[in-house]
Design a protein around this ligand. Structure first.
Ligand code: FAD
Length: 116
């Protein structure tokens, strides 16, 4: 019998997108070249334009204009993505994440080495 997988809803798409964006930030170079900085700015602009959730895309395009990405270093970029996510969390009534824990959450894992 054939089974059908459903397309993602805004929540599933959002979770996958945040996983991707925080992971990109967690593996961004410590000291990016000028070209890498420019490329990241272009990537985010194009990414926001084609994000396949209309209200999310509109928000992201506006946010990128009002609060340009901080692409000058890995730590600045990681915090910028974290703050962007927190803006969305606040708008949706979700808990605010502690941005000092961003590397632990998305790259290194907890100090005791155990994940849930
Ligand atoms: P998510 O918010 O998807 O978070 C996933 C995990 O990220 C969390 O479990 C936590 O471990 C970690 N995390 C949480 N906050 C942070 C942070 N600040 N920094 C680092 N890690 C963090 N949904 C809507 O319904 N309406 C919208 O308008 C909307 N706009 C969106 C705009 C963008 C750009 C994106 C990417 C998503 C948007 N979404 C929107 C989806 C929404 O943000 C959530 O992804 C979705 O509601 C699922 O939420 P969640 O509770 O599974 O956790």
């Amino acid at each position: 019998k054939e089974t059908f997988e459903c397309p993602p809803n805004a929540q599933e798409l959002g979770r996958a997108t945040w996983t991707y964006l925080h992971s990109v930030a967690a593996y961004y170079p410590e000291n990016p070249t000028k070209k890498q900085q420019k490329d990241m700015e272009s990537f985010l602009r194009i990414f926001s334009e084609f994000y396949p959730c209309k209200p999310c895309s509109k928000y992201l395009v506006k946010e990128l204009k009002e609060n340009p990405p901080q692409v000058q270093s890995k730590s600045a970029f990681g915090i910028w993505v974290c703050q962007l996510h927190n803006e969305v969390n606040a708008r949706l009534g979700k808990p605010i994440f502690d941005c000092s824990k961003v590397d632990e959450r998305w790259r290194t894992g907890p100090p005791n080495g155990f994940c849930d």
